[in-house]
Ligand binder design. Structure first.
Ligand code: PLP
Length: 397
């Protein structure tokens, strides 16, 4: 079956009420028909729900759908994307292990690696996204247990060649753990390219309408079982309500991504061609430094466009003031277009040299392109680019 059909037709078993749409199982626990059944469920000789920290029908449905979309053996859902990222590391790494990570990481993933895992004697080495195979290989040590990365990255839209890392994985035996949040399983399936785990902030495109938080890790059954043990006993569980929302949203993920990507490409082209925009970055623009890799690894460029405006924060302020449609928010992956200045918000806590290494400049703007009519978006962004250029010129004069 095609992904569209799987996302729509994978469903929790119907109850005796014969409902068409899956009901919300808003229950913290489940009853046992007998003492024997309680014993069997805890001994795991019988499969079934016990307590919603361990499993819940809505959560299971959401996990089953993502596994189908990612071609993964098993999965575990969590309350947020960061809980998924953290659980995938904390469950599988131990003191003395080493993690090789791509330098271009979401801010909180960077904090987990540098400030939290380090307290438990887990060391790390950062590698640039565009590093060659030899440079990635040079970072691997005998104690390297995991390679972790995002592709495309937030907010610099740098790509990592997954097939190349899968080759190194075969040689060195590390766990290849990929944050697939920006691409979604619709545009890229890391497991098909050799990754062991694919993690998501479901808060983003999986929900797609900015309503609920959620996260998920899917991949190799033996690894997911260890993450499940960790999650069962530490409790970062996804709520049934959020799982219900997310599972329903997956039914339209393919449709939404098609429009998101079409809008993003057209907006990127318009901004790239504008003389008052220093730089527009989008994986499917031929000017993107990793355009060939993007074409090989992804079926479309995603819905994030980053632009660089001259004039620093003053220009950003004038630009944001002039925009009439987009929302100013630090979130992304919404039906509503959102703009963010990473330097002063999502990546504000990075040190100056860390920002420089990631290309996070004062005039960088991340655009999460929504589902509005593209004509309206292009017109609004164009007038704001021009108006803000004028405002900054007047300030200088
Ligand atoms: C690439 C990426 N990974 C992980 C996260 C964390 O997700 P959450 O906010 O759901 O914890 C985010 C954003 O917040 C993100 O952009």
């Amino acid at each position: 079956m095609k992904k569209q059909t799987k996302a729509i037709r994978t469903q929790a078993r119907q109850s005796q009420n014969r409902e068409h749409s899956v009901p919300l199982y808003l229950t913290s626990s489940f009853t046992f028909e007998s003492a024997e059944q309680g014993k069997a469920l805890f001994e795991e000789t019988e499969e079934g729900n016990i307590y919603s920290r361990f499993s819940n029908p809505n959560v299971t449905e959401f996990v089953d759908k993502v596994c189908m979309l990612e071609n993964a053996e098993e999965g575990i859902a969590t309350g947020t994307g960061m809980a998924a990222v953290f659980a995938s590391m904390a469950a599988l790494l131990k003191s003395g292990d080493h993690i090789v990570a791509c330098r271009a990481l979401f801010g909180s993933a960077h904090q987990v690696i540098t400030q939290i895992l380090s307290k438990w004697g887990i060391t790390h080495t950062y590698v640039d996204a565009s590093a060659t195979e030899a440079e990635w290989e040079a970072a691997i040590q005998p104690i390297t247990r995991m390679v972790y990365l995002e592709t495309p990255s937030n907010p610099g839209l740098e790509l990592v060649d997954l097939t190349m890392l899968a080759r190194l994985k075969v040689k060195y035996g590390f766990i290849l753990n990929v944050d697939n949040c920006f691409a979604t399983p619709i545009l890229q399936t890391p497991i098909d390219l050799g990754a062991d785990l694919s993690v998501h902030s479901a808060t983003k495109y999986m929900d797609g309408q900015g309503r609920v938080l959620g996260g998920i890790v899917v991949g190799r059954a033996d690894l997911i079982q260890q993450i499940r043990f960790f999650a069962r006993h530490t409790g970062p569980s996804l709520s049934p309500f959020n799982a219900w929302v997310l599972s329903k949203s997956l039914e339209t993920l393919d449709l939404r991504m098609e429009r998101h990507c079409r809008n993003a490409l057209q907006l990127a082209e318009a901004l790239d061609a504008h003389t008052d925009v220093e730089r527009a970055l989008y994986p499917f623009l031929p000017s993107h430094p990793q355009y060939e890799l993007a074409k090989r690894q992804m079926s479309a460029g995603g819905a994030i466009v980053t632009i660089e405006l001259a004039g620093g924060f003053e220009r950003v302020k004038a630009f944001f003031d002039a925009l009439t449609i987009p929302s100013l928010s630090s979130n992304l992956g919404d039906s509503r277009t959102i703009v963010t200045n990473p330097n002063t918000t999502t990546h504000a806590k990075l040190k100056p040299d860390e920002k420089a290494a990631l290309g996070i400049t004062p005039g960088l703007i991340r655009i999460s392109v929504g589902l509005e009519a593209i004509e309206d978006l292009i017109a609004d962004f164009t007038q704001a680019v021009e108006k803000s250029a004028e405002v900054v010129k007047e300030q200088v004069a």
